[in-house]
Design a protein around this ligand. Structure first.
Ligand code: ZN
Length: 285
C-alpha cells in the first residue's frame, strides 16, 4: 500500500468515527454513582446518580434499548413502573421510548430535551399485558400516528380508550409537570372529557402523535435543577389550542421539505455537568 492510500484510509476511518461518535455524553456507558442530582434544565443539563429502567417490567417494555437512553432520575423510574402497573391492571403493556443517557446531557440526534433525567417518551401503541416483544422487535416495530393531521382529527381506527387512560394516569401524578401531545389529541380530549381537571397538564405541540412525552418537575432535593415557566392557568381548551390545530392541519396539507434540526449544543452546559461527565466513578455495567 502506498503512503497516500494509507493516509486516505486513515482519513476515511477518522471521518467515519466522527460521524458515528455523537458527542462525549452519548459515549458514556454508565451513570455517575451517588446521590441523584439534577443539574440545569431539560434542554441544557445533566444528571448524577441516574438509574437504569429495567428493560421489561410489569406492564411495560423498553423500546430501542440499543440507543442506551433508558436512564433517569429514580423518581422517573418509579413513575414509569407505576404507569406500567396501571396499564397492566387494564390488560395492556406500555412501550417506553427514550428517557435519557446514563449521565443525561445533549443527545447527538433525536431530541433537544431529555437531558436531565426527567423526560420520558411513552408510545401510544400498546401491547397486550402478556405479550413481551423479542429484542429484535423492540428495535424494529414502528410507531404509528394516531391522528389524521390533514383532517385535524383523531384516527379512530388507531385510537384506544387505553391511550386516554394512560394520559390521564400520567397527568394525575403529582410528580408530572407537563405532558407534550399533538394538539389534535388534546383537542379531541377537550371535546370528549367530562372531568377536565387533568387536561391542563397536556401541552399542545408538533409531532407527538405516535407517542406522548412526560416531563417530571424538578425534584425538591435537586437545588441546581432549573424549572420551566409554569403552564398557564386553565385547562387550555381554548383559542390558542385552536390555533395550534389550524397550524398543524395547514402544515400537513402543504408540507415543507424536511430540514434536519441541528443537535443541541454541548457548549453552554452548567459547569457542574463537566464534573458529572468526566468523573470516572461508574456503576458496574
Ligand atoms: Zn420526548
Amino acid at each position: 500500500m502506498t503512503i497516500r492510500f494509507i493516509t486516505l484510509l486513515f482519513l476515511l476511518s477518522a471521518g467515519m468515527t466522527a460521524a458515528h461518535a455523537g458527542n462525549a455524553w452519548s459515549q458514556v456507558r454508565n451513570p455517575l454513582v451517588g446521590q441523584p442530582e439534577v443539574i440545569g434544565s431539560y434542554a441544557n443539563g445533566c444528571i448524577a446518580g441516574a438509574v437504569a429502567l429495567p428493560l421489561v417490567g410489569d406492564g411495560y417494555q423498553v423500546m430501542r434499548a440499543s440507543r442506551n437512553r433508558y436512564y433517569g432520575h429514580p423518581l422517573l423510574i418509579r413513575f414509569i413502573e407505576q404507569q406500567g402497573q396501571q396499564a397492566a391492571a387494564g390488560g395492556s403493556r406500555l412501550l417506553i421510548g427514550d428517557l435519557g443517557q446514563p449521565r443525561g446531557g445533549p443527545m447527538p440526534n433525536g431530541h433537544r430535551s431529555h437531558q436531565s433525567g426527567l423526560d420520558v417518551d411513552v408510545w401510544f401503541l400498546q401491547q397486550p399485558r402478556d405479550r413481551i416483544l423479542s429484542r429484535a422487535d423492540t428495535e424494529q416495530v414502528n410507531m404509528r400516528s394516531v391522528v389524521r393531521a390533514a383532517d385535524g382529527a383523531l384516527n379512530l381506527s388507531r385510537w384506544s380508550p387505553h391511550y386516554r387512560d394512560a394520559l390521564k394516569f400520567a397527568a394525575q401524578s403529582p410528580y408530572v409537570e407537563r405532558i407534550f401531545v399533538n394538539a389534535i389529541i388534546k383537542q379531541a380530549l377537550c371535546e370528549s372529557e367530562t372531568d377536565r381537571s387533568w387536561l391542563h397538564k397536556l401541552r399542545p405541540w408538533w409531532g407527538h402523535d405516535a407517542h406522548f412525552h412526560v416531563r417530571l418537575a424538578c425534584p425538591s432535593d435537586s437545588a441546581q435543577c432549573k424549572s420551566q415557566n409554569p403552564i398557564p392557568l386553565g385547562d387550555g381548551c381554548d383559542a390558542d389550542l385552536g390555533n395550534w390545530v389550524r397550524d398543524i392541519v395547514q402544515a400537513a396539507r402543504s408540507p415543507k421539505p424536511y430540514r434536519k434540526p441541528k443537535p443541541p449544543s454541548v457548549e453552554n452546559l452548567p459547569a457542574a455537568c463537566q464534573f458529572v461527565l468526566s468523573n470516572a466513578a461508574q456503576a458496574t455495567p
